[in-house]
Design a protein around this ligand. Structure first.
Ligand SMILES: NC(=O)c1ccc[n+]([C@@H]2O[C@H](COP(=O)([O-])OP(=O)(O)OC[C@H]3O[C@@H](n4cnc5c(N)ncnc54)[C@H](O)[C@@H]3O)[C@@H](O)[C@H]2O)c1
Length: 305
């Protein structure tokens, strides 16, 4: 099979690309190496395969002979108010609209990376897909817009699209702005970690290899138009997760509390029964095992410098 992976030099996209290549698929890896974080990290992520440099918000995507598109390109991060917002519109909404247009014309399935951020402060926990979507960050709003655009293209042009709402993904190559990555880097450099708010916020942390298997399973087995939560089985608080990483690393983190960031929700907890019932997927990596893997990657990376 031949697949396009957008955002292939990013954290999740590089893992999806490698998994497809490892099983013998052809991969057209697409990325424009935005400078949201150091593009040299993206070069490292994608060192195992060639990447086509396209800006999906402006350049055309050729889907001739392609069996499916994993659309993982985007502008992540919930701190998206103010001057950053146009980038969220361009890299999430405009880029996705153009991908959907091309995919609808070519009759190619799209699996879209959406986010638990669409729920905002969720109306119930664990949160099922039919819970009210009421994002509290501009980022979440653009992700919800992408889902709804996919639905509009499905209705108007027969687009075959699946939406996956990822819940806080972690593991090797996690973005440097994300919580576990910052904790690992500061444990390694003996720096001070600024935690937003009390640290009691909790998340359904999801290991990246579980995300990869859910994403490929959705391409292969999901019904058109479905939305699935993809979330880890264990909920942990930020402070609880720091304690676990301290235990794994044998180091102590200096923590300072700063004001809670706007757009950050207090809790996420995924109800994954829909994807479990339909595709037989459920998270398989415990937080302790996942953090062992992540710590091994982060410390080896620093040691190699
Ligand atoms: N990491 C998470 O916890 C998480 C959670 C929920 C949803 N998601 C979504 O999953 C996707 C991947 O996230 P990630 O953490 O790997 O982020 P990432 O920033 O590491 O990867 C995204 C990639 O997309 C590329 N990109 C952005 N705009 C582009 C454009 N216009 N054209 C081509 N390439 C472009 C970037 O250069 C980057 O390499 C994103 O859509 C994100 O919103 C991530």
């Amino acid at each position: 099979m031949r697949f396009v992976v957008t955002g292939a030099a990013g954290f999740i996209g590089s893992h999806v690309s490698e998994a497809l290549l490892a099983r013998g698929d052809d991969v057209v890896a697409v990325d424009c190496f935005t400078d949201y974080y150091d593009p040299r990290e993206k070069e490292e992520n994608a060192s195992g395969f060639p990447v086509l440099r396209l800006d999906l918000a402006g350049d055309d995507l050729d889907l001739d002979g392609v069996d499916g598109v994993f659309h993982l390109a985007g502008q992540p991060g919930v701190r998206s108010f103010g001057e950053a917002f146009p980038l969220y519109l361009r890299r999430n909404v405009l880029a996705s609209q153009r991908v959907f247009q091309s995919a609808a014309e070519a009759g190619v399935r799209v699996v879209l990376a959406s986010s638990s951020s669409v729920y905002g402060e969720a109306e119930r926990y664990p949160t099922p897909e039919d819970a009210r979507a009421e994002p509290i960050s501009p980022y979440g709003i653009t992700k919800l817009a992408c889902e709804q655009l996919a639905h509009a293209y499905a209705t108007g042009f027969g687009l075959d699209a699946i939406g996956l709402r990822y819940f806080t993904v972690y593991g090797p190559r996690q973005r440097p702005d994300m919580f576990f990555r910052r904790v690992c880097d500061l444990l390694l450099s003996a720096g001070t970690f600024e935690i937003f708010g009390t640290g009691d916020q909790s998340r359904s942390f999801t290991e990246v290899s579980d995300v990869v298997s859910a994403t490929i399973a959705a391409m292969e087995g999901a019904s058109a138009g479905v939305i699935y939560n993809v979330g880890g089985g264990e909920e942990a608080s930020m402070l609880g997760a720091i304690a676990l990483l301290e235990q794994i690393s044998g180091r102590t983190l200096d923590v300072r509390h700063v004001d809670r960031a706007r757009g950050d929700v207090a809790r996420t907890k995924a109800d994954v029964s829909r994807i479990r019932d339909a595709l037989g997927w459920e998270p398989s990596i415990s937080l302790a095992d996942g953090l062992e893997r992540m710590w091994a990657w982060a410390s080896a990376r620093v040691a190699a410098r």
